[in-house]
Write a protein that binds this ligand. Structure first.
Ligand code: NAD
Length: 262
């Protein structure tokens, strides 16, 4: 068990999907939370309240747009102001756009690179001074199997995720003599809204039911033929916060049902 009582964690893109799964597991270990991400105000207020009640931790939300560097800096400062510290930064927010390279909308390329790659840089550079001052920290970057291998029609996403793995390594090396680690997690398919959109598109393009499209998506890439879950990824994030993981530096850890083992 990793006791995170008295520590504070910021998980970007945690109003949904993987980020929410990770936030729940960190709260389960006692960490105070700063959530981030879009969503209806009433839903977000409920989410903060219910996590706080369930885990007995403080939970706040900051609506920073991860494509805007100044808002990311302000969010890190807000987390430090709320809790007096920021110990765990999970760079998770991400978007997807699917199109062939020569038809890829320039505006979508810029958005994917800004949110999936540049935001990791901006969050990390804002959080590190405080972590260094306190002498402990964990930076966990949610990359993807697409940080290691490619798929057609995902040029921006694959480029961004490969970039995240490179940035993870550099950050880890720069911090190698400290108690601050930086590692990446590389999930395969996880059934979240981001993937549901791709399943729905497959169902339409191949005239399949949504269930058939989900099975088809898995069988193309993921040998386990089952989705990785946000809970499993959250448990891995908790492990990366443990003392046992204190000398894991710059790793790209797959949790992908065998996708990259093939
Ligand atoms: P999701 O769509 O369920 O959640 C994305 C979160 O990011 C939401 O909270 C959303 O509000 C937030 N977000 C999006 N744009 C934002 C912005 N500009 N500013 C602030 N917040 C923003 O997606 P997910 O599947 O949970 O993905 C989370 C991360 O995991 C992403 O980085 C994604 O690339 C990665 N990932 C997902 C899968 C998968 O199969 N779902 C696989 C590998 C990696």
């Amino acid at each position: 068990m990793t006791n995170l009582k008295g520590k504070a964690a910021l998980v970007t893109g945690s109003t949904s999907g993987i980020g929410l799964g990770i936030a729940r597991q960190l709260a389960g270990q006692g960490a105070d939370l700063m959530l981030n991400g879009f969503g209806d105000a009433a839903y977000i207020a409920d989410l903060c309240q219910s996590l706080s009640t369930e885990f007995g931790v403080r939970v706040a939300h900051n609506g920073a747009d991860m494509s805007k560097p100044a808002e990311i800096e302000e969010m890190v400062a807000a987390a430090e102001a709320a809790y007096g510290r920021l110990d765990v930064l999970v760079n998770n927010a991400g978007i997807q756009h699917v199109a062939p390279v020569d038809a890829f909308p320039v505006e979508r390329w810029d958005a994917v690179i800004a949110i999936n790659l540049s935001a990791v840089f901006h969050g990390t550079r804002a959080a590190l001074p405080g972590m260094k001052a306190r002498g402990w920290g964990r930076v966990i970057n949610i990359a993807s199997v697409h940080g290691l291998v490619a798929s057609v029609n995902k040029s921006a996403y694959v480029a961004a995720k490969h970039g995240v793995i490179g940035l993870t390594k550099v950050t880890a090396l720069e911090l190698a003599e400290t108690d601050i680690t930086c590692n990446a997690i590389c999930p395969g398919w996880v059934l979240t809204p981001l993937v549901q959109k791709q399943i729905d598109a497959l169902a339409t393009s191949r005239n399949l039911s949504v269930e058939e499209a989900g099975r088809e998506l898995l069988s193309e890439k993921q040998p386990s033929k089952s989705f990785v879950t946000p809970e499993q990824l959250g448990e891995l994030a908790v492990f990366l916060c443990s003392g046992a993981a204190g000398n894991m530096r710059g790793a790209a850890l797959t949790m992908d049902g065998g996708w990259t083992a093939q």
